[in-house]
Design a protein around this ligand. Structure first.
Ligand code: 2IT
Length: 446
Protein backbone atom coordinates (compact mmCIF):
# COMPACT_ATOMS: atom_id res chain seq x y z
CA UNK A 1 0.00 0.00 0.00
CA UNK A 2 1.24 3.46 -0.83
CA UNK A 3 0.16 4.77 2.56
CA UNK A 4 1.72 8.23 2.30
CA UNK A 5 0.10 8.83 -1.11
CA UNK A 6 -3.27 7.62 0.11
CA UNK A 7 -3.12 9.94 3.12
CA UNK A 8 -1.94 12.89 1.02
CA UNK A 9 -4.86 12.42 -1.39
CA UNK A 10 -7.27 12.10 1.49
CA UNK A 11 -6.08 15.26 3.21
CA UNK A 12 -6.30 17.19 -0.08
CA UNK A 13 -9.87 16.00 -0.53
CA UNK A 14 -10.90 16.63 3.10
CA UNK A 15 -8.75 19.54 4.26
CA UNK A 16 -8.87 20.37 7.95
CA UNK A 17 -10.56 17.11 8.99
CA UNK A 18 -7.72 16.45 11.43
CA UNK A 19 -9.29 13.79 13.69
CA UNK A 20 -10.51 11.80 10.71
CA UNK A 21 -7.10 11.93 9.01
CA UNK A 22 -5.41 10.95 12.30
CA UNK A 23 -7.63 7.88 12.73
CA UNK A 24 -7.15 6.75 9.12
CA UNK A 25 -3.37 7.26 9.35
CA UNK A 26 -3.07 5.08 12.45
CA UNK A 27 -5.00 2.15 10.96
CA UNK A 28 -3.32 2.33 7.55
CA UNK A 29 0.17 2.34 9.05
CA UNK A 30 -0.69 -0.72 11.13
CA UNK A 31 -2.02 -2.72 8.18
CA UNK A 32 0.33 -1.74 5.32
CA UNK A 33 2.56 -4.83 5.60
CA UNK A 34 -0.32 -7.31 5.69
CA UNK A 35 -2.03 -5.38 2.90
CA UNK A 36 0.92 -5.91 0.60
CA UNK A 37 0.76 -9.66 1.19
CA UNK A 38 -2.71 -9.68 -0.39
CA UNK A 39 -2.54 -8.49 -4.02
CA UNK A 40 -6.34 -8.78 -4.26
CA UNK A 41 -6.67 -5.90 -1.77
CA UNK A 42 -4.67 -3.56 -4.02
CA UNK A 43 -6.47 -4.81 -7.14
CA UNK A 44 -9.87 -4.14 -5.61
CA UNK A 45 -8.81 -0.78 -4.07
CA UNK A 46 -9.92 -1.99 -0.62
CA UNK A 47 -8.04 0.80 1.22
CA UNK A 48 -9.39 3.57 -1.03
CA UNK A 49 -12.95 2.23 -0.63
CA UNK A 50 -12.66 1.70 3.11
CA UNK A 51 -11.47 5.19 4.04
CA UNK A 52 -14.49 6.98 2.54
CA UNK A 53 -17.86 6.68 4.31
CA UNK A 54 -20.63 5.01 2.30
CA UNK A 55 -22.76 8.13 2.90
CA UNK A 56 -23.17 11.07 5.27
CA UNK A 57 -26.51 12.59 6.22
CA UNK A 58 -26.51 16.17 7.50
CA UNK A 59 -29.69 17.84 8.66
CA UNK A 60 -31.02 20.89 10.45
CA UNK A 61 -32.48 20.46 13.94
CA UNK A 62 -34.66 23.41 14.98
CA UNK A 63 -36.16 23.32 18.49
CA UNK A 64 -37.60 25.72 21.09
CA UNK A 65 -35.81 26.36 24.39
CA UNK A 66 -37.44 27.05 27.79
CA UNK A 67 -37.44 30.80 27.16
CA UNK A 68 -39.44 30.30 23.98
CA UNK A 69 -36.46 31.07 21.72
CA UNK A 70 -35.90 29.06 18.56
CA UNK A 71 -32.53 27.25 18.50
CA UNK A 72 -30.92 25.61 15.48
CA UNK A 73 -28.37 22.78 15.63
CA UNK A 74 -26.84 20.49 13.02
CA UNK A 75 -27.51 16.74 13.07
CA UNK A 76 -25.39 14.05 11.39
CA UNK A 77 -25.32 10.35 10.65
CA UNK A 78 -22.17 8.96 9.07
CA UNK A 79 -22.83 5.48 7.63
CA UNK A 80 -19.27 4.30 7.11
CA UNK A 81 -19.20 0.63 6.15
CA UNK A 82 -21.76 -2.21 6.28
CA UNK A 83 -19.74 -5.03 4.70
CA UNK A 84 -20.12 -7.34 7.72
CA UNK A 85 -23.44 -6.19 9.20
CA UNK A 86 -25.89 -3.32 9.63
CA UNK A 87 -24.41 0.11 10.42
CA UNK A 88 -23.88 0.39 14.17
CA UNK A 89 -22.45 3.10 16.37
CA UNK A 90 -23.34 5.77 18.86
CA UNK A 91 -24.72 9.30 18.74
CA UNK A 92 -22.66 12.07 20.35
CA UNK A 93 -24.26 15.31 21.56
CA UNK A 94 -21.50 17.80 22.40
CA UNK A 95 -20.63 21.37 21.41
CA UNK A 96 -17.41 20.14 19.74
CA UNK A 97 -19.16 17.76 17.32
CA UNK A 98 -18.31 18.28 13.65
CA UNK A 99 -17.94 16.13 10.55
CA UNK A 100 -14.25 15.35 11.16
CA UNK A 101 -14.96 14.00 14.65
CA UNK A 102 -17.91 11.88 13.52
CA UNK A 103 -15.94 10.51 10.56
CA UNK A 104 -13.04 9.52 12.84
CA UNK A 105 -15.47 7.85 15.23
CA UNK A 106 -17.33 6.10 12.40
CA UNK A 107 -14.06 4.87 10.88
CA UNK A 108 -12.82 3.50 14.22
CA UNK A 109 -16.19 1.86 14.76
CA UNK A 110 -15.77 -0.33 11.64
CA UNK A 111 -12.74 -2.14 13.08
CA UNK A 112 -13.99 -2.16 16.67
CA UNK A 113 -17.25 -3.75 15.60
CA UNK A 114 -15.39 -6.30 13.47
CA UNK A 115 -13.31 -7.24 16.55
CA UNK A 116 -16.43 -8.00 18.63
CA UNK A 117 -16.99 -11.21 16.60
CA UNK A 118 -20.57 -10.00 15.97
CA UNK A 119 -22.03 -9.01 12.54
CA UNK A 120 -21.96 -5.22 12.97
CA UNK A 121 -20.95 -2.51 10.47
CA UNK A 122 -19.54 0.90 11.40
CA UNK A 123 -21.35 4.24 11.79
CA UNK A 124 -21.53 7.27 14.06
CA UNK A 125 -23.75 10.31 14.40
CA UNK A 126 -24.79 13.13 16.63
CA UNK A 127 -25.10 16.87 16.89
CA UNK A 128 -23.31 19.99 18.05
CA UNK A 129 -26.15 20.37 20.59
CA UNK A 130 -24.67 20.76 24.10
CA UNK A 131 -26.72 19.11 26.87
CA UNK A 132 -24.73 21.15 29.41
CA UNK A 133 -27.06 23.30 31.50
CA UNK A 134 -30.16 22.23 29.52
CA UNK A 135 -33.40 21.35 31.29
CA UNK A 136 -35.01 17.94 30.95
CA UNK A 137 -37.74 19.50 28.77
CA UNK A 138 -35.16 21.06 26.45
CA UNK A 139 -33.34 17.75 26.11
CA UNK A 140 -36.59 15.98 25.28
CA UNK A 141 -37.60 18.52 22.66
CA UNK A 142 -34.15 18.45 21.07
CA UNK A 143 -34.13 14.61 20.94
CA UNK A 144 -37.60 14.60 19.38
CA UNK A 145 -36.63 17.20 16.76
CA UNK A 146 -33.41 15.26 15.98
CA UNK A 147 -35.34 12.01 15.49
CA UNK A 148 -37.94 13.58 13.14
CA UNK A 149 -35.07 13.70 10.61
CA UNK A 150 -32.94 10.71 11.64
CA UNK A 151 -35.73 8.11 11.60
CA UNK A 152 -35.80 7.92 7.78
CA UNK A 153 -32.18 6.75 7.65
CA UNK A 154 -32.18 4.07 10.36
CA UNK A 155 -33.87 0.73 11.03
CA UNK A 156 -33.32 -2.46 13.04
CA UNK A 157 -31.79 -4.25 10.01
CA UNK A 158 -30.05 -1.24 8.41
CA UNK A 159 -28.59 1.16 10.98
CA UNK A 160 -28.85 0.91 14.76
CA UNK A 161 -27.63 3.98 16.70
CA UNK A 162 -26.83 4.04 20.43
CA UNK A 163 -25.36 6.47 22.96
CA UNK A 164 -21.96 8.15 23.19
CA UNK A 165 -20.85 11.35 24.96
CA UNK A 166 -23.96 13.36 25.94
CA UNK A 167 -26.36 10.56 24.99
CA UNK A 168 -27.32 8.25 27.87
CA UNK A 169 -30.41 6.30 28.81
CA UNK A 170 -32.54 9.45 29.18
CA UNK A 171 -31.75 10.65 25.65
CA UNK A 172 -32.13 7.15 24.18
CA UNK A 173 -35.59 7.01 25.80
CA UNK A 174 -36.71 10.27 24.18
CA UNK A 175 -35.17 9.28 20.83
CA UNK A 176 -36.78 5.85 20.91
CA UNK A 177 -40.19 7.27 21.84
CA UNK A 178 -40.17 9.56 18.80
CA UNK A 179 -38.94 6.80 16.47
CA UNK A 180 -41.72 4.47 17.66
CA UNK A 181 -44.32 7.18 17.06
CA UNK A 182 -43.06 8.05 13.57
CA UNK A 183 -42.35 4.52 12.34
CA UNK A 184 -45.37 2.88 13.99
CA UNK A 185 -43.28 -0.01 15.17
CA UNK A 186 -41.49 -1.35 18.23
CA UNK A 187 -38.15 -2.73 17.15
CA UNK A 188 -34.55 -2.83 18.29
CA UNK A 189 -33.72 0.28 16.25
CA UNK A 190 -31.62 1.79 19.06
CA UNK A 191 -29.52 0.14 21.75
CA UNK A 192 -28.92 1.31 25.29
CA UNK A 193 -32.68 1.29 25.77
CA UNK A 194 -34.31 1.31 29.21
CA UNK A 195 -35.24 -2.02 30.78
CA UNK A 196 -38.98 -1.29 30.42
CA UNK A 197 -38.88 -1.15 26.60
CA UNK A 198 -36.32 -3.65 25.33
CA UNK A 199 -33.00 -2.75 26.93
CA UNK A 200 -30.38 -5.28 27.98
CA UNK A 201 -29.13 -5.86 31.49
CA UNK A 202 -25.40 -4.96 31.83
CA UNK A 203 -25.47 -2.57 28.81
CA UNK A 204 -24.97 0.46 31.14
CA UNK A 205 -21.95 -1.24 32.75
CA UNK A 206 -20.63 -2.92 29.60
CA UNK A 207 -18.07 -0.42 28.25
CA UNK A 208 -16.36 -0.04 31.63
CA UNK A 209 -16.64 -3.72 32.63
CA UNK A 210 -15.33 -4.84 29.23
CA UNK A 211 -12.42 -2.39 29.52
CA UNK A 212 -11.44 -3.86 32.88
CA UNK A 213 -11.75 -7.44 31.55
CA UNK A 214 -9.41 -6.49 28.70
CA UNK A 215 -6.98 -4.73 31.05
CA UNK A 216 -6.95 -7.77 33.34
CA UNK A 217 -5.75 -9.85 30.37
CA UNK A 218 -3.11 -7.28 29.40
CA UNK A 219 -1.76 -7.52 32.94
CA UNK A 220 -1.89 -11.32 32.80
CA UNK A 221 0.27 -11.17 29.64
CA UNK A 222 2.83 -9.42 31.84
CA UNK A 223 2.38 -11.99 34.63
CA UNK A 224 0.48 -9.45 36.72
CA UNK A 225 -2.97 -8.91 38.31
CA UNK A 226 -5.19 -5.94 39.19
CA UNK A 227 -4.90 -6.57 42.93
CA UNK A 228 -3.64 -3.41 44.66
CA UNK A 229 -2.92 -1.54 41.40
CA UNK A 230 -3.42 2.25 41.37
CA UNK A 231 -5.43 3.32 38.33
CA UNK A 232 -5.59 6.91 37.05
CA UNK A 233 -8.96 7.37 35.35
CA UNK A 234 -10.11 10.47 33.47
CA UNK A 235 -13.73 11.51 32.96
CA UNK A 236 -16.63 10.83 35.32
CA UNK A 237 -19.37 9.68 32.95
CA UNK A 238 -20.88 6.29 32.24
CA UNK A 239 -17.63 4.73 31.01
CA UNK A 240 -15.49 5.94 33.95
CA UNK A 241 -18.25 4.73 36.30
CA UNK A 242 -18.22 1.19 34.85
CA UNK A 243 -14.41 1.05 35.01
CA UNK A 244 -14.41 2.27 38.64
CA UNK A 245 -17.07 -0.25 39.68
CA UNK A 246 -15.38 -3.33 38.17
CA UNK A 247 -11.76 -2.35 38.85
CA UNK A 248 -12.56 -1.66 42.51
CA UNK A 249 -14.45 -4.96 42.80
CA UNK A 250 -11.35 -6.74 41.46
CA UNK A 251 -9.08 -5.18 44.08
CA UNK A 252 -7.60 -2.18 42.25
CA UNK A 253 -7.71 1.43 43.49
CA UNK A 254 -9.12 4.14 41.24
CA UNK A 255 -7.22 7.22 42.39
CA UNK A 256 -8.44 9.96 40.02
CA UNK A 257 -11.51 11.18 38.10
CA UNK A 258 -11.67 14.30 35.95
CA UNK A 259 -13.86 16.81 34.15
CA UNK A 260 -13.28 19.75 31.81
CA UNK A 261 -12.58 21.87 34.94
CA UNK A 262 -9.74 19.73 36.38
CA UNK A 263 -9.32 16.46 38.26
CA UNK A 264 -9.88 15.00 41.72
CA UNK A 265 -7.21 12.99 43.46
CA UNK A 266 -8.38 10.22 45.83
CA UNK A 267 -5.14 8.60 47.10
CA UNK A 268 -6.89 5.77 48.99
CA UNK A 269 -9.04 4.89 45.99
CA UNK A 270 -12.74 5.43 45.30
CA UNK A 271 -15.18 3.95 47.84
CA UNK A 272 -18.49 2.39 46.81
CA UNK A 273 -20.24 5.54 48.06
CA UNK A 274 -18.07 7.69 45.78
CA UNK A 275 -18.71 5.43 42.79
CA UNK A 276 -22.47 5.64 43.43
CA UNK A 277 -22.17 9.44 43.56
CA UNK A 278 -20.74 9.60 40.01
CA UNK A 279 -24.08 9.15 38.14
CA UNK A 280 -25.66 11.66 40.53
CA UNK A 281 -23.05 14.28 39.70
CA UNK A 282 -23.39 13.51 35.99
CA UNK A 283 -27.18 13.97 36.22
CA UNK A 284 -26.73 17.60 37.33
CA UNK A 285 -25.79 18.29 33.69
CA UNK A 286 -23.08 20.77 34.67
CA UNK A 287 -20.10 18.73 33.38
CA UNK A 288 -17.77 19.72 36.25
CA UNK A 289 -15.89 17.46 38.69
CA UNK A 290 -15.13 20.08 41.39
CA UNK A 291 -18.32 19.26 43.42
CA UNK A 292 -16.96 15.71 43.89
CA UNK A 293 -14.23 17.05 46.19
CA UNK A 294 -16.83 19.13 48.08
CA UNK A 295 -18.91 15.97 48.62
CA UNK A 296 -15.92 13.99 50.01
CA UNK A 297 -13.67 16.70 51.51
CA UNK A 298 -11.50 14.47 53.72
CA UNK A 299 -10.69 11.87 51.02
CA UNK A 300 -10.60 13.85 47.77
CA UNK A 301 -8.81 17.00 46.64
CA UNK A 302 -9.58 19.04 43.51
CA UNK A 303 -6.82 20.19 41.15
CA UNK A 304 -8.26 23.00 39.04
CA UNK A 305 -7.38 23.13 35.35
CA UNK A 306 -5.07 20.08 35.47
CA UNK A 307 -5.12 16.60 33.96
CA UNK A 308 -4.91 13.42 36.09
CA UNK A 309 -1.81 12.18 34.25
CA UNK A 310 0.50 13.91 36.75
CA UNK A 311 -0.26 11.45 39.59
CA UNK A 312 1.91 8.38 40.17
CA UNK A 313 -0.07 5.31 39.09
CA UNK A 314 0.40 1.76 37.80
CA UNK A 315 -2.25 1.90 35.06
CA UNK A 316 -3.62 4.85 33.06
CA UNK A 317 -7.19 4.52 31.76
CA UNK A 318 -8.36 7.58 29.83
CA UNK A 319 -12.18 7.48 29.80
CA UNK A 320 -13.15 10.98 28.61
CA UNK A 321 -12.59 11.96 24.97
CA UNK A 322 -10.25 11.96 21.95
CA UNK A 323 -6.66 13.21 22.24
CA UNK A 324 -6.96 13.73 26.00
CA UNK A 325 -3.54 12.19 26.74
CA UNK A 326 -0.64 13.66 24.74
CA UNK A 327 3.08 13.01 24.44
CA UNK A 328 3.96 15.21 27.42
CA UNK A 329 1.37 13.46 29.59
CA UNK A 330 2.66 10.06 28.46
CA UNK A 331 6.27 10.96 29.32
CA UNK A 332 5.18 12.15 32.77
CA UNK A 333 3.18 8.98 33.41
CA UNK A 334 6.13 6.78 32.43
CA UNK A 335 8.52 8.84 34.56
CA UNK A 336 6.19 8.34 37.54
CA UNK A 337 6.16 4.56 37.10
CA UNK A 338 3.04 3.85 35.00
CA UNK A 339 3.33 0.35 33.52
CA UNK A 340 0.16 -0.21 31.46
CA UNK A 341 -1.94 2.15 29.33
CA UNK A 342 -5.48 0.98 28.57
CA UNK A 343 -7.26 3.56 26.42
CA UNK A 344 -11.00 3.48 27.03
CA UNK A 345 -12.02 6.69 25.25
CA UNK A 346 -12.05 6.57 21.45
CA UNK A 347 -8.58 7.72 20.24
CA UNK A 348 -7.89 9.06 23.75
CA UNK A 349 -4.11 9.04 23.18
CA UNK A 350 -2.36 11.20 20.60
CA UNK A 351 0.12 9.60 18.14
CA UNK A 352 2.93 11.21 20.19
CA UNK A 353 1.67 9.52 23.39
CA UNK A 354 1.52 6.14 21.63
CA UNK A 355 5.09 6.72 20.42
CA UNK A 356 6.25 7.37 24.01
CA UNK A 357 4.61 4.12 25.18
CA UNK A 358 6.31 2.21 22.35
CA UNK A 359 9.73 3.71 23.15
CA UNK A 360 9.43 2.60 26.77
CA UNK A 361 7.87 -0.76 25.89
CA UNK A 362 4.75 0.06 27.87
CA UNK A 363 1.88 -2.21 26.81
CA UNK A 364 -0.81 0.02 25.24
CA UNK A 365 -4.36 -1.23 24.62
CA UNK A 366 -6.11 0.87 21.95
CA UNK A 367 -9.66 2.15 22.46
CA UNK A 368 -11.12 0.10 19.65
CA UNK A 369 -10.19 -3.08 21.53
CA UNK A 370 -10.43 -1.91 25.15
CA UNK A 371 -13.83 -0.20 24.86
CA UNK A 372 -15.45 -2.67 22.44
CA UNK A 373 -17.49 -4.25 25.22
CA UNK A 374 -19.98 -1.39 24.92
CA UNK A 375 -20.92 -1.97 21.32
CA UNK A 376 -20.58 -5.75 21.77
CA UNK A 377 -23.27 -5.63 24.44
CA UNK A 378 -25.33 -3.44 22.10
CA UNK A 379 -25.03 -6.37 19.67
CA UNK A 380 -26.30 -8.66 22.46
CA UNK A 381 -29.20 -6.25 23.00
CA UNK A 382 -30.04 -6.54 19.27
CA UNK A 383 -29.99 -10.34 19.52
CA UNK A 384 -32.35 -10.29 22.50
CA UNK A 385 -34.70 -7.86 20.70
CA UNK A 386 -34.71 -10.05 17.58
CA UNK A 387 -35.55 -13.11 19.68
CA UNK A 388 -38.03 -11.08 21.75
CA UNK A 389 -36.63 -12.28 25.05
CA UNK A 390 -34.27 -11.07 27.79
CA UNK A 391 -31.15 -12.72 29.12
CA UNK A 392 -30.19 -12.51 32.80
CA UNK A 393 -27.42 -10.16 33.93
CA UNK A 394 -25.17 -13.17 34.56
CA UNK A 395 -25.74 -14.46 31.03
CA UNK A 396 -24.96 -11.10 29.38
CA UNK A 397 -21.91 -10.59 31.59
CA UNK A 398 -20.61 -14.07 30.72
CA UNK A 399 -20.99 -13.35 26.99
CA UNK A 400 -19.28 -9.97 27.44
CA UNK A 401 -16.34 -11.65 29.20
CA UNK A 402 -16.09 -14.23 26.44
CA UNK A 403 -16.12 -11.52 23.74
CA UNK A 404 -13.44 -9.46 25.51
CA UNK A 405 -11.36 -12.64 25.74
CA UNK A 406 -11.75 -13.17 21.98
CA UNK A 407 -10.78 -9.56 21.23
CA UNK A 408 -7.71 -9.86 23.43
CA UNK A 409 -6.77 -13.15 21.70
CA UNK A 410 -7.02 -11.43 18.28
CA UNK A 411 -4.78 -8.59 19.45
CA UNK A 412 -2.19 -11.09 20.69
CA UNK A 413 -2.43 -13.23 17.54
CA UNK A 414 -1.91 -10.32 15.13
CA UNK A 415 0.17 -8.03 17.36
CA UNK A 416 2.92 -10.18 18.88
CA UNK A 417 6.33 -9.23 17.50
CA UNK A 418 9.37 -11.47 16.91
CA UNK A 419 10.76 -10.34 20.28
CA UNK A 420 7.54 -11.35 22.06
CA UNK A 421 6.37 -7.78 22.76
CA UNK A 422 2.62 -7.45 22.17
CA UNK A 423 1.62 -4.41 20.12
CA UNK A 424 -2.12 -4.47 20.92
CA UNK A 425 -2.75 -1.50 18.61
CA UNK A 426 -1.32 -3.20 15.54
CA UNK A 427 -3.04 -6.42 16.54
CA UNK A 428 -6.46 -4.74 16.85
CA UNK A 429 -6.08 -2.79 13.61
CA UNK A 430 -4.92 -5.81 11.62
CA UNK A 431 -7.51 -8.24 13.03
CA UNK A 432 -10.39 -5.80 12.46
CA UNK A 433 -9.15 -4.78 9.03
CA UNK A 434 -8.66 -8.35 7.79
CA UNK A 435 -12.22 -9.35 8.61
CA UNK A 436 -13.75 -6.33 6.84
CA UNK A 437 -11.35 -6.48 3.86
CA UNK A 438 -12.01 -10.18 3.27
CA UNK A 439 -15.73 -9.60 3.41
CA UNK A 440 -15.41 -6.76 0.86
CA UNK A 441 -13.34 -8.96 -1.45
CA UNK A 442 -15.94 -11.74 -1.30
CA UNK A 443 -18.83 -9.37 -2.05
CA UNK A 444 -17.43 -7.55 -5.10
CA UNK A 445 -16.92 -3.89 -5.95
CA UNK A 446 -19.68 -1.87 -4.25
O1 2IT B 1 -17.97 4.22 20.87
C1 2IT B 1 -18.79 3.29 20.98
O2 2IT B 1 -18.49 2.13 20.69
C2 2IT B 1 -20.13 3.62 21.46
N1 2IT B 1 -20.39 4.79 21.73
C3 2IT B 1 -21.17 2.55 21.59
C4 2IT B 1 -21.77 2.23 20.27
C5 2IT B 1 -22.92 1.26 20.32
O3 2IT B 1 -23.53 1.06 19.25
O4 2IT B 1 -23.24 0.71 21.39
Amino acid sequence: MKTAELLARLSARHPGETEYLQAVGEVMHSVEHIYDEHPEFEALAIAERLVEPDRVYTFKVPWVDDKGRVQVNTGYRVQFNNAIGPYKGGLRFHASVNLSILKFLGFEQIFKNALTTLPLGGAKGGSDFSPKGKSDGEIMRFCQAFMTELWRYIGPETDVPAGDIGVGSREIGYLYGMYRKLAHENTGVLTGKGMTYGGSLIRPEATGFGAVYFTERMLADGGDTLEGKRIAVSGFGNVAWGVALKATELGAKVITLSGPDGYVSVPEGLSREMIDYMPELRATNNDVIAPFADAFPSEASFMAGRKPWEVACDIAMPCATQNELDGVDAALLVENGMRYAAEVSNMGCTPEAIEVFAQHRIPYGPGKAVNAGGVATSGLEMSQNAMKLNWTAAEVDARLREIMGAIHASCVEYGTGADGFINYMNGANIAGFMKVARSMVEQGVL
